[in-house]
Design a protein around this ligand. Structure first.
Ligand SMILES: Nc1nc2c(ncn2[C@@H]2O[C@H](COP(=O)(O)OP(=O)(O)OP(=O)(O)O)[C@@H](O)[C@H]2O)c(=O)[nH]1
Ligand SMILES: [Mg+2]
Length: 247
């Protein structure tokens, strides 16, 4: 078995983080010798930091912590840069995913470079479900990446893809998972999806789409997608140094 780097992103998860770490350790890390367990936390004020420091040695954690909240995308990029193994597994740490689903992905990584979770039966509010459907339709038609859940926070990637992604500038602060899928696909990496289970968030409140900020978030996503599309055109455009170009 090839060892993996398992990454959990954490912000304000005092109610669930110990259970989540124990679960991922028992069901994944302890079964693949030589693997590493990276936890990237920042800005928590609810006791999450103390819990992580207490369980660090018990679960052999590589802790990456910061006092100020960095936001999901920055935290994600920094955590990916810490991974040293050839296969990198990433999951949200809010207890909504089942670590056992990792094995479906691991079975596929010989044939694919990125395996993304598809929360087919999703436990989120109605508004979020519709927004997600619309978003994935845009990704599918606009970028020819026909995934049902392109932004899923549960995925397996080869280090080669991650190294490529880390070398690029990212635009979609609110949907970085989808952007990574698009960039990998565009570069010719093999991207696929696999159905995973999804539980209701039991601890803490849902934070990812605050109603008040929704209009701004949508504008930001659309402008990010536009930039991504433009990058795409640029990368498909060749120039000969004399101002002539072809596509
Ligand atoms: N390190 C770090 N982790 C974060 C940050 N924001 C969110 N996370 C973690 O990223 C994961 C996903 O964030 P969530 O807010 O749960 O996003 P979501 O799953 O789309 O939405 P809800 O579960 O409905 O809130 C969780 O495990 C969070 O703890 C951040 O700024 N820094
Ligand atoms: Mg969540």
């Amino acid at each position: 078995m090839q060892p993996i780097s398992l990454i959990l992103l954490v912000h304000q998860e005092a109610g669930i983080i110990e259970r989540a770490v124990a679960d991922f350790h028992k069901k994944v890390i302890s079964k693949i010798p030589g693997s590493e367990f990276i936890v990237s936390e920042d800005g928590s004020t609810d006791g999450t930091k103390d819990i992580l420091l207490r369980i660090k040695e018990q679960y052999y954690l590589t802790l990456h912590m910061g006092d100020k909240r960095k936001g999901y995308t920055v935290a994600f990029k920094e955590a990916l840069a810490l991974a040293t193994k050839d296969i990198i597994f990433f999951s949200d740490s809010d207890g909504q995913h089942d670590p056992n689903d990792f094995w479906k992905m691991y079975d596929l990584i010989g044939d694919y470079d990125m395996v993304i979770g598809w929360k087919k039966t999703r436990h989120d509010g109605l508004a979020r479900l519709y927004l997600s459907k619309a978003f994935n339709a845009i990704i599918s038609f606009g970028f020819s990446v026909p995934l049902h859940d392109s932004n899923c926070g549960f995925r397996l990637m080869k280090k080669e893809v991650v190294d490529f992604l880390l070398s690029e500038n990212w635009h979609l602060r609110h949907c970085i998972g989808a952007e990574l899928a698009i960039r990998a696909h565009r570069r010719g990496f093999r991207v696929t999806e696999v159905e995973v289970s999804h539980e209701t968030r039991r601890f803490g409140t849902s934070r990812s789409l605050p109603v008040k900020k929704l209009p701004l978030i949508i504008v930001h996503i659309l402008s990010g997608l536009f930039k991504l599309k433009r990058d795409n055109k640029k990368s498909l455009t060749h120039t000969d140094g004399n101002g002539r170009f072809w596509v």
